[in-house]
Design a protein around this ligand. Structure first.
Ligand SMILES: [Zn+2]
Length: 60
């Protein structure tokens, strides 16, 4: 059985983020490049947005 993996661009660093083909809307994935938590906002085509958890101060 072939595992198909989709990729979408990380909105934070533009790296390709791998997603399972059956990824669901609202799922949270993490970018391997910058570590940002991303929410799957759309699935066709896949669109990622930063997960709404930015209250923590990453910038310090
Ligand atoms: Zn990233």
């Amino acid at each position: 059985m072939t595992i198909v993996v989709m990729t979408a661009s990380c909105p934070e660093c533009a790296a390709a983020v791998k997603l399972a083909q059956d990824v669901e809307k609202g799922e949270i994935v993490q970018c391997a490049e910058c570590g940002a938590e991303l929410e799957v906002f759309e699935t066709s085509p896949v669109e990622l947005r930063l997960a709404p958890e930015e209250e923590e101060d990453w910038g310090e």
